[in-house]
Design a protein around this ligand. Structure first.
Ligand code: SAM
Length: 239
């Protein structure tokens, strides 16, 4: 699967791309991550990419020409076999559709994603009008730029690509995932006893139907306590 990230700060991604799971996926040819610097499409003496908003107000906005031309040029680059044509264009913005596991699953079915990262006060509206991107938010808060949001999306999608995780089941049984859409059950590893806290006996029993039943019950209890909305109830009230 191919990711094209369009950003003013490609260097932010270098440490991220070297981390184990993603690096392994890139080395094994399962993921192709290309970075594009929007400033390469700036014109004029000062390579300007931002300017003050018409009508006044704080900060600077990304200008339409370099962003639109950068996206169009990247869309026209020929993808390799298995990487779909121009791809799905995602614009990172706090005003977009809220990113979640279902959307990650949907995106993981595409062969190619383009992630457009904003900065400063965001985008000139004509970028949206001309490119018609899918606007995606990673949550109801404001980041300094779209790069961290793009990494969140890449991270969540990459683990759903077949072959990336050692065990394919883990991404099905994770919290929110298609196996149950609930929070995951409690998990334990060695030692069997730590500071007086023991691993529940059933998990040591080797009785797989009983273990599955315990886990199911634990998922339901945990989810109803913390996230009743996932079971069709009301969302938790923030304190
Ligand atoms: N003025 C904009 C607004 O109020 O909607 C916020 C601009 S923000 C400081 C700069 C950039 O960070 C945005 O253009 C976007 O790319 C990114 N960003 C900030 N918060 C985000 C979020 N919750 N989800 C996705 N991207 C976000």
């Amino acid at each position: 699967m191919r990711f094209d990230v369009l950003t003013l700060f490609p260097e932010i991604f270098s440490g991220y791309m070297g981390q184990s799971l993603l690096k392994l996926a890139i080395d094994r040819g399962l993921v192709d991550l290309q970075l594009h610097n929007i400033r390469d499409w700036a014109t004029g003496k000062h390579n300007q990419v931002d300017d003050r908003p018409f009508g006044g107000g704080p900060g600077m906005l990304l200008m339409a020409p370099p962003v639109v031309e950068c996206v169009e040029a990247v869309q026209q680059t020929t993808p390799r076999e298995g990487q779909q044509g121009a791809g799905r264009l995602l614009m990172l913005t706090p005003q977009g559709r809220r990113f979640d596991q279902r959307l990650a699953e949907d995106l993981s079915q595409s062969g190619r994603l383009l992630l457009l990262c904003g900065r400063y006060e965001g985008f000139d509206q004509r970028i949206v009008d001309l490119l018609n991107p899918e606007e995606i938010s990673v949550g109801d808060f404001v980041l300094n730029g779209g790069e961290v949001a793009a990494m969140v999306i890449i991270d969540a999608v990459v683990r759903l690509i077949p072959g990336v995780l050692g065990d394919e089941h883990s991404s099905v049984e994770d919290s929110f995932s298609r196996g149950n859409r609930m929070l995951e059950h409690a998990q334990y590893t060695r030692p069997r006893e730590y500071r007086g806290l023991e691993v529940p006996e059933v998990l040591l029993s080797g009785n797989h139907p009983e273990i599955a039943a315990w886990r199911e019950q634990n998922r339901i209890e945990k989810t109803s306590q913390r996230r009743a909305d996932l079971l069709g109830g009301s969302p938790p009230i923030a304190e």
